[in-house]
Design a protein around this ligand. Structure first.
Ligand code: NA7
Length: 530
């Protein structure tokens, strides 16, 4: 008999809720977490300026109305330390600490067909067996540092934003080089600029950013909002993104130009990426509509950045707006007006090497005391591929995914019985409010496990045909939009050699939930139950 009913890998939002959900269903569960604290992505990404780009009222668990009422967020967009405090509160309130083993990295998971159980090995050499293995490893966990020639010779310290020293870094008086201008680079740059003698921002691709208009939560507003929280959550579950936003419901191309400008400006003034991009129905599917919004955003850069040549360099042109994650910042573009900030274009003159005293590009040399990499992640599949997962017949997951990650509904992979993935490839995952999607996935997986037990089954395995059909649907939906036009981490383009597959499901959170419910109601259609 297996040691446990369920092993959960990872103690971020997903693993924490999984611990609660499985235990509440009467199952024995243990969570293994590599970090020395809970929080997953929110534990590791403790760089200055780290902030969620989904509003706190949405980026929070909905499973407990009591939790919902008792917790107060201080800001519209929560900063990393507050997200961690929230997760600690949740773990304490629901008595989850005894279920979580920190400082323990899962290195391997092997399916034992004879015993119908998983054998899970951790880096302390221990092995546990469990009937079910739930991978809650996160979509943005496996960070990447580009292999720059000579990095090992650099005389100063270098950091990746996703492994930031817990006690911070003092850049006072330092010349700092920042590589990476995605969501993370845009958040960390103004913080470094405020302390450093000089900040050099090495930009390969200019990115779009909308203002946050972050602010303290008004207690009056909070009271009124909380009175309606339940029905708000219901609307969120049925929505497209997991956040109920109100668009005009019209295509931009059918709107008079002056009206478009008024609408976009109103949304720009109130801040936030989802309401801005969601203003019109055609922005993410029609290039002409997209161009109107992109030009509006470039105009905002031009009116913010004093030096016209710097402004032009900051104007994104390489991809349709929204096709890469839309960045959010209140101070990134204005930062380039500071005398101690220099923008360096490494698209036209790439970085050639790092040397002891700094960094060389194709046309210049930059003397630096410290380097910061905000260069992103091997997203969605990276964390799972770093575990030696072996399914039926000892087949490695990396072999199954050699042509790109795939799964049925984003939660189960053919050939890997009783293994479930929370927000895996093919799930709305990063294209949704992650917390809401995590709750939906965990509850669906829990219900499946309970169903197996109550119907006398011991295993569930996705059928290859169901997986093929789901991934074909994921691809079809993606290619009906502008998303595949960008070299983004959504398609794995940021990782040299990674197969280009669009894995997040763009069909919407509400329809996805409905499909999952149908599958369950049909006795787990698309699965072989044994
Ligand atoms: P991203 O969005 O993947 O951004 C990484 C940035 O690093 C981006 O500007 C990249 O330029 C740049 N990059 C990556 N590799 C290199 C090399 N080799 N040389 C120069 N520049 C490089 O990661 P983030 O951490 O910012 O955000 C990830 C998600 O977290 C975000 O989408 C939110 O969902 C939260 P590129 O664009 O590839 O030219």
């Amino acid at each position: 008999m297996a040691d446990l009913d369920v092993v959960v890998v990872g103690a971020g939002f997903a693993g924490i809720y999984a611990a609660h959900a499985f235990r509440s269903a009467g199952l024995s569960v243990r969570v293994f977490e590599a970090g020395s604290g809970i929080g997953g992505t929110w534990f590791w990404n403790c760089y200055p300026g780290a902030r969620c780009d989904v509003e706190s009222k949405d980026y929070s668990y909905s499973f407990s109305p009591e939790l919902e009422q008792e917790w107060s967020w201080s800001e519209r967009y929560p900063a990393q330390p507050e997200v961690l405090r929230y997760l600690h509160h949740v773990a304490g309130k629901f008595g989850l600490w005894p279920l979580i083993q920190l400082n323990t990295r899962v290195t391997a998971a092997q399916w034992d067909a004879a015993r119908s159980e998983w054998s899970v090995t951790t880096d302390d050499g221990a092995a546990r067996t469990a009937r079910f293995c739930v991978m809650a490893v996160g979509c943005l966990s496996a960070y990447q540092v580009p292999s720059l020639p000579g990095l090992e010779t650099f005389g100063g310290p270098w950091y990746h934003t996703s492994r930031w020293p817990a006690d911070g870094v003092d850049f006072t008086g330092k010349r700092v080089g920042l590589i990476g201008t995605g969501s993370t680079g845009i958040q960390v740059a103004p913080e470094i600029a405020a302390a450093a003698a000089h900040l050099y921002v090495f930009q390969r691709t200019a990115n779009f950013a909308v203002p946050n208009r972050n602010r303290a939560v008004d207690p009056e507003w909070e009271r009124a909002f909380k009175a309606d929280y339940r029905s708000y959550r219901q609307r969120a579950q049925e929505s497209f993104l997991g956040v109920p936003i109100t668009g005009t419901g019209r295509p931009a191309l059918a709107e008079p130009p002056a009206e478009i400008q008024r609408t976009l400006m109103a949304r720009w003034q109130s801040g936030g990426g989802m309401p801005f991009l969601g203003a019109y129905t055609d922005v993410l599917v029609d290039r002409a509509a997209n161009d109107i919004v992109a030009e509006f955003m470039r105009d905002r850069i031009r009116e913010t950045v004093a030096d016209p040549s710097v402004a032009e360099l900051l104007c994104p042109r390489a991809y349709p707006v929204g096709a890469k994650r839309l960045c959010q910042s209140d101070d990134y573009f204005a930062m380039f007006n500071l005398p101690n900030v220099t923008l360096v274009d490494i698209r036209s003159a790439p970085i050639s090497s790092v040397y002891a005293g700094g960094l060389r590009t194709a046309d210049s040399v930059y003397e630096l005391d410290a380097l910061v990499f905000a260069t992103g992640f091997d997203a969605i599949s990276g964390a799972l591929n770093r575990i030696d997962v072996r399914g039926v017949g000892g087949v490695p997951l990396t072999e199954k995914w050699a042509g790109g990650p795939r799964s049925y509904l984003g939660v189960a992979a053919a050939g890997f019985p009783n293994m479930f993935i929370v927000t895996g490839p093919g799930s709305p995952s990063v294209f949704s409010n992650m917390v809401l999607s995590i709750e939906q996935h965990v509850e669906w997986i829990r219900d499946c496990v309970v169903y197996l037990g109550s119907h006398g089954y011991s295993t569930a395995q996705a059928k290859p045909s169901a997986e093929d059909a789901w991934m074909a649907h994921v691809t079809e939906v993606a290619y009906s939009t502008l998303f595949p036009l960008a070299d983004s981490w959504y398609v794995g383009a940021n990782i040299p050699g990674k197969p280009r597959v669009f894995t997040p499901y763009l069909g919407g959170v509400g329809p996805y939930r409905a499909r999952c419910d149908e599958v369950a109601a049909a006795g787990y259609e698309g699965f072989v139950l044994d």
